[in-house]
Design a protein around this ligand. Structure first.
Ligand code: GLY
Length: 372
């Protein structure tokens, strides 16, 4: 089944190359992807899908399209287009770093290092965190860190490996440590964001942005935590990160409904029509594959992780994917920002990316571009 799902996804991606041209998909409106000119946090996912399809098939049409996206990312950094946020890893890990990994292209490596510098500059000494959004001193967001940022840390870890410059490593582990301390709660659930007093560094409290309430657990935030801590373990060997990834995964899996795909928030009252977030389940599937790669065969949690991974992926392919349908997106029923009524039940390009990454890892051991 995985193979057919991949083939279907690659066919759609090839059609999308023609449809999208030099523009980038974000989330869908009425089943059609909204396109932009590489000015959102999501643009790397389209690049990443193209690189995955190229790596899987060797078909140069995907490679040529992927290379074009990297040119666009070069322009973006030169002009500093919408880069005052933490999502620099999502953008450059899956575009230029992927090109470096697959093609050993020096320019792509340089571009990725430049991107790591942009992310590094977001570290705030007082509170010891990477600022989520806006510029230093931003009245609303100057003191905010965010769980999603864990997936941006591989960019810093990779830059450290490339350069031996310890600044990248120190900031990455500080952010991971602060995330464990302030974003992950005692019961292994998580806050979406946490706010410090930017001036003094005083820890103020957890707050949501896309979740149901400040104290609830936004499903996608939990998913970012699972994958992000598993990757932080890969880069550091720090068992505390592995333990956190396992605990967050167990929490996520324990909250799944009968069809093994998450509702958008684990604390929302489930009733007829409550939105899912298929993208959170796709991220978790990819994260579980990474997590399981670090567990011994006799690890007591391994079998259950594997069982749930298979159930979730089977459910995604059978009941959430567009396999066999004419469609632009791969994965239906993602939610971007339910309370804001922004794409609450749509295709999301990151859902498509992680779904494809997970499928390819299961089928062919192709693991994505978060590390070399
Ligand atoms: N990183 C933003 C989101 O997951 O919606």
């Amino acid at each position: 089944m995985w193979k057919s799902a991949i083939e279907d996804a690659m066919e759609k991606t090839k059609k999308n190359i023609q449809r999208f041209g030099v523009r980038f998909p974000h989330v869908s409106v009425n089943d059609k992807y909204e396109l932009n000119d590489n000015e959102d946090w999501t643009n790397g996912f389209w690049s990443g899908m193209l690189w995955l399809c190229y790596e899987y098939s060797g078909d140069e049409a995907y490679r040529d399209a992927a290379r074009l996206t990297v040119k666009s990312f070069k322009h973006r950094i030169e002009e500093h287009i919408v880069l005052d946020h933490h999502d620099i890893g999502f953008l450059y890990t899956l575009s230029s770093q992927a090109q470096w990994i697959l093609e050993r292209d020096e320019e792509a490596r340089e571009l990725t290092l430049q991107a790591a510098d942009v992310l590094l500059r977001r570290f705030r000494e007082k509170g010891q965190y990477i600022q989520a959004w806006g510029q230093a001193g931003d009245e609303k967001h100057g003191g905010r860190m965010i769980i999603d940022c864990l997936l941006n840390l591989p960019l810093l870890f990779w830059a450290y490996q490339q350069t031996d410059d310890e600044r990248y490593y120190k900031v990455a582990i500080k952010q991971a440590d602060q995330s464990r301390r302030y974003l992950v709660r005692g019961d292994d659930s998580s806050y979406h964001t946490f706010v410090f007093n930017e001036e003094t560094g005083e820890a103020l409290g957890g707050a949501t942005h896309q979740g149901y309430t400040n104290g609830s657990t936004w499903a996608r935030g939990q998913a970012w935590g699972i994958y992000g801590f598993a990757l932080a373990y890969r880069y550091t060997g720090n068992k505390a990160y592995l333990d956190t990834a396992k605990r967050m995964a167990a929490y996520f899996l324990s909250k799944l409904p009968e069809d093994d795909v998450a509702y958008w928030d684990f604390d929302v009252q489930v009733e007829e029509g409550t939105y899912r977030d298929s993208s959170a389940s796709a991220i978790t599937a990819a994260g579980l594959l990474e997590l399981m790669s670090h567990l011994d065969d006799n690890d007591p949690d391994r079998a259950e992780f594997e069982r749930k991974l298979n159930l979730s992926m089977t459910s995604l392919v059978r009941h959430y994917s567009t396999m066999g349908e004419e469609a632009e997106g791969l994965l239906k029923h993602g939610s971007y920002y339910v309370r804001g009524n922004t794409a609450p039940d749509d295709f999301m390009i990151w859902g498509d990316y992680f779904y494809l990454e997970a499928l390819m890892r299961m089928e062919k051991g192709i693991k994505g571009y978060w590390y070399e």
